[in-house]
Write a protein that binds this ligand. Structure first.
Ligand code: OFO
Length: 168
């Protein structure tokens, strides 16, 4: 069993993961509308991974014999300016998720809930990978994204991404 405080913050995190899925899905639609199908595929796959992140938390809360509270998912908001700007917004979003995960880690440590503290390590690692992956794409867009032919190549590259179900 986990404390009410930990139950609540894990439920909040589930909501944040599903919001992330919604955000990436709306970005996927934007990229498809402007003909960047590789960007669209990449963000759609990211959306699926975010659902997996939410579900891993969901199973954990149930597995600890605690309650799930599924709250309303906010409408996704981002500025549809250009691919670089969207990826910069993704980076900021992922940084805010990293801070949220850090809070879960700190809170579980403060609560002497070492099982949750241990569980959340997987998310801390995942955030390092996601921030690094997004910042590489930003660097490429900054270096070459102004050129239409380079953008076409980046789009092709992002379109190669395959969905790998996220497992804890
Ligand atoms: Fe974007 O990562 Fe989930 O946790």
């Amino acid at each position: 069993m986990i404390s009410d405080k930990i139950r609540d913050i894990l439920n909040e995190q589930i909501n944040k993961e599903f919001y992330s899925a919604y955000l990436y899905l709306s970005m996927s639609a934007y990229f498809a509308q402007i003909g960047l199908y590789g960007f669209s595929r990449w963000t759609k796959i990211q959306s699926k991974e975010e659902i997996d992140h939410g579900m891993i938390l969901f199973e954990y809360v149930i597995g600890r014999n605690s309650q799930i509270q599924l709250n309303q998912i906010e409408m996704p908001k981002f500025e549809m300016k250009n691919p670089l700007s969207v990826f910069e917004q993704i980076y900021q979003h992922e940084r805010s998720i990293t801070s949220a995960i850090d809070c879960v880690a700190q809170m579980s440590e403060g609560d002497c809930d070492l099982a949750t503290r241990n569980f959340i390590d997987w998310y801390l690692e995942e955030q390092i990978e996601e921030e690094a992956m997004v910042s590489k794409i930003i660097s490429k867009l900054k270096a070459f994204g102004e050129e239409k032919s380079a953008l076409y190549l980046i789009d092709n590259e992002l379109g190669q991404r395959e969905y790998k179900p996220q497992a804890y």
